[in-house]
Design a protein around this ligand. Structure first.
Ligand code: 13P
Length: 288
């Protein structure tokens, strides 16, 4: 199976009371680790690509070509969506042209009128091309690719207005933050989430900042309509820790331990373990 839109997998997730993991990719190892884990666990999966990561990997066309080729070469049969994460207006157009199957147009930092207008434009484009579209209301806190969000709480009425444009899924700020949560974090705001869930009547909701949210909060969020959970930092931390351990143990200096295929192997495995743990938590295993 080639790339698919995230629409069907997310509608199934809402109906089945589970969530699909969106895992950000940074390079070939990352992509392979996530795809093979999804296949082993028979889970649908969304590969998230930030604009910074796309630039790092030599552009949207390189990323799309790599992912499509990998799906074929590795014999991946589970549904895979290639999704632009926090796309700008220009970035979203480029990713669509390059063959991404899913787009986030992040207009959360615009005034609501401009967000609505630009999102509506992408609704039309994505509909015509059969792509899934994620919109955002109320910016997500923390820093991602140099973009710092204050972590607003989304307004359920605004969420309904944008959901009614015909988007596939909606990211709404509910106190979630990208990266590690500070010690004094107040937790997810379930009152706001419930309000959004009711206002948007079953539209798949997206929980950004999946790293470090306690398991019980993730489960509660899923019970309140979250069907896609985004995870990035946690895979990075796991990869870095495993790589550090390998080097600190002097393994890169033993035999051919400096070979990148050996040097990157523990980090690769650490990503796989993290993805597995998240898929178990989200309930997506066996749902391909
Ligand atoms: P984390 O880096 O906190 O896991 O957030 C990922 C994310 O929301 C990507 O959009």
């Amino acid at each position: 199976m080639g790339l698919v839109s995230a629409k069907e997998m997310l509608e199934k997730a809402v109906a089945g009371g589970y969530a699909v993991g969106h895992f950000n990719i940074n390079n070939l190892e990352w992509t392979k680790a996530i795809l093979t884990t999804a296949q082993e666990l028979q889970s649908p999966v969304i590969l998230g690509v930030s604009e910074g990561a796309a630039k790092y990997m030599c552009g949207y066309t390189t990323v799309a070509a790599m992912v499509k080729a990998m799906i074929e070469e590795l014999g991946i049969t589970v549904p895979v969506a290639l999704h632009l994460d926090h796309g700008t207006y220009e970035g979203a157009k480029k990713a669509i042209a390059a063959g991404f199957s899913s787009i986030q147009f992040d207009g959360g930092h615009y005034a609501i009128e401009e967000n609505l207008e630009k999102t509506a434009e992408f609704v039309a484009i994505c509909k015509e091309k059969g792509l899934s579209l994620e919109a955002e209301v109320g910016s997500i806190g923390g820093e991602e690719d140099g973009v710092i969000g204050a972590g607003e709480l989304a307004d359920p009425q605004q969420c309904k207005t944008i959901a009614d444009l015909g988007i596939t899924m909606l990211a709404a700020g509910i106190g979630n933050i990208h990266g590690k949560y500070p010690a004094n974090w107040k937790g997810l705001n379930f009152e706001v989430l419930e309000g959004i869930h009711k206002a948007c009547s079953g539209k798949p909701l997206v929980l950004h900042g999946g790293t470090g949210i306690p398991a019980d909060m993730v489960k509660k969020a899923i019970s309140l309509g979250v069907a896609k959970v985004n995870v990035n930092t946690e895979c990075q931390l796991a990869f870095a820790a495993a790589t550090r351990e390998y080097i600190e143990a002097g393994k890169d200096q033993a035999g051919k331990g400096f070979d990148p295929r050996k040097l990157l192997a523990p980090g690769y495995q650490a990503i796989k373990d993290t993805v597995k743990e998240k898929m178990e938590l989200f309930g997506s295993i066996g749902k391909a």
